[in-house]
Design a protein around this ligand. Structure first.
Ligand code: PDD
Length: 285
């Protein structure tokens, strides 16, 4: 496995970030995770748009334009020379006083991690995973909007720990007002008969890039898709469930909140969308 770290445009042999960086002290940072095909970034433009939106949400000025990001990512990918890579872009508030006020921070740090990708086990795609409905609520939009992808993932960390305790691979969180939102690093879709349901962005979720592509694929292929506010009772009558995310792609869920979904195997609509999504990735660039 080759890992290369690019900090502010330098490929570091011994990467270091100051303990006074507010990203470290307060989670005051934004980030993106990008995957590759033929070791080239997939949907980089969309990830950079979301990174810039996240930064705007924190009034954080990113010192790179998209061209610079693209260049630095390519250099780092080439230096690592993996077959396929996991790319993580992090922009921190930078070094400042040990004080929550970001105004002492002068220069954001831009870090690009590239490492070999670790695909999820084939078994998970063939049999589906187990997701717990946890007691931890997703951050309310009015507090720390989940639409902003910040380095403060403690909400999700706590949810994941609860899922671990329940023997599940991921956690589904409700919003404080009781609507279904998303999992710790993925969006969620529910299938009832022919209908495909997913929480609307307004419920307080990350606008996932995979979610967006899957919504488009479903619509183009004639599936009725509804984005909305779904109460917890929605879980009582489900035929299929799947998660979407950059690393997971489309991951079938065959156990949710302690109950089996469908016949305990990935359902036909999920499988169809998995094939369509794979074909879409194959067709890129
Ligand atoms: N996570 N919701 C949350 C909370 C996420 O962290 C992610 C992505 C998603 C899916 O978004 P996308 O399809 O754009 O990857 C939804 C990345 C993979 C991560 O933090 O590792």
């Amino acid at each position: 496995m080759t890992t290369k770290i690019n900090i502010n445009g330098t490929l570091e042999e011994n990467p270091q970030i100051s303990v006074f960086d507010h990203g470290f002290l307060f989670g005051d940072s934004v980030y993106e995770v990008v995957s590759t095909r033929d070791n080239k970034p997939i949907y980089l433009d969309r990830h950079l748009t979301r990174l810039n939106n996240s930064a705007r949400g924190l009034s954080l000025e990113i010192p790179y334009d998209n061209e610079r990001f693209s260049l630095e990512i390519d250099r780092t990918l080439q230096a690592a020379g993996n077959e396929e890579s996991y790319i993580r872009i992090v922009v921190t508030r930078g070094v400042g006083d040990i004080d929550i006020d970001p105004s002492s921070c002068q220069t954001p740090n831009v870090i690009i991690y590239v490492t070999e990708t670790h695909p999820y086990p084939r078994e998970s795609y063939e049999n589906g995973i187990n997701v717990a409905l946890v007691s931890i609520k997703r951050n309310p939009k009015e507090a720390l909007n989940p639409g902003i992808k910040t380095g403060n993932y403690l909400n999700n960390v706590l949810a994941k720990m609860e899922a671990n305790k329940l023997g599940a691979q991921d956690a589904l969180m409700l919003s404080p007002s009781g609507y279904l939102t998303e999992c710790t690093t993925s969006n969620i879709f529910f299938v009832q008969g022919e209908r495909i349901l997913t929480p609307a962005i307004d419920c307080g979720i990350l606008p996932g890039i995979t979610r967006e592509v899957v919504l488009q694929l479903a619509r183009e292929n004639g599936f009725p898709v509804e984005e909305g506010s779904w109460p917890v009772e929605t879980l009582d009558k489900l035929d299929e469930v799947f998660l979407t995310g950059t690393l997971k792609k489309i991951m079938p869920v065959t156990r949710l909140d302690g109950k089996q979904i469908g016949n305990g195997k990935p359902g036909p609509i999920t499988q169809r969308l998995m094939r369509l999504y794979d074909a879409t990735l194959q067709s890129l660039g």
